[in-house]
Design a protein around this ligand. Sequence first.
Ligand SMILES: NC(=O)c1ccc[n+]([C@@H]2O[C@H](COP(=O)([O-])OP(=O)(O)OC[C@H]3O[C@@H](n4cnc5c(N)ncnc54)[C@H](O)[C@@H]3O)[C@@H](O)[C@H]2O)c1
Length: 250
Amino acid sequence: MDFKNKIVIITGAGSGIGKACALRFAGQGATVIVADINVENAQKVADEIVTNQGNARPIKANVAKFEDVEKLINKTVSEFGKIDVLVNNAGIGPSYLKTHEATLRDWDRVIAVNQTGVFYGMKLALQQFLTQGYGNIVNIASLAGLKASPNNISYSASKFAVVGMTKSAAMEYATKNIRINAVCPGYTESALLNQLLDAKPEMDAILKSVIPMKRFGKSDEIAEAVLWLASDKTQFITGQTITLDGGTSL
Ligand SMILES: NC(=O)c1ccc[n+]([C@@H]2O[C@H](COP(=O)([O-])OP(=O)(O)OC[C@H]3O[C@@H](n4cnc5c(N)ncnc54)[C@H](O)[C@@H]3O)[C@@H](O)[C@H]2O)c1
């Protein structure tokens, strides 16, 4: 997959799946805008890309703040003149409580980042895509956006919303040379999964027992699908979800 001369924005690119996407896109020639609320991690990822002869710009952006996402899009366009790909990846986990015990704070923060953040990114990138006449969005949803996910109400709501936004918007721009797809990872090794495993170590064996492949996914494996959807190899694919879950959904 060739991303030479392509400008790729990835949110939450300082860690996990976003970082794996950033390194892979850069490895294929893209200039990567490494956006994260944690600017130190964004800087580290950008440094790693540059050390490997790639092109990257770190930028601090909280996707839950419209002004931050606006700045991210505007700065990219003013420096590079275009955006080829937006990967809406930034996301946070819930507090793993049953619905009647879930706190309003947990609901608000998860929806703000995982759902509203994706909407902000799509809205602003699409304005630029319409101006330039092309564009590609890959949203990182989740297996929790396709099937029941107990003790996860805010996360479940946010990821079902990402799948819905992906499909609805894909229809709106299908004739505009703009494609929008989503990937739905199952349990994938990352800081987000570690949060759960640190709090409840017994979940390691429990989760692996329901994964037919008996292992967690790797961030690199998810990134591979993101690049494919963002590439010219998938010109006739829009509004789709690709599930990478070692067979869990089966
Ligand atoms: N790891 C899994 O098992 C799994 C499964 C399904 C879906 N996902 C999704 O994959 C995406 C990436 O998660 P990950 O597993 O790599 O987790 P991660 O915690 O390793 O990475 C998430 C990154 O997002 C950043 N971030 C958090 N809030 C932000 C905000 N408001 N604005 C900008 N950046 C922010 C974090 O600083 C971090 O760098 C998320 O959307 C997550 O929901 C993960």
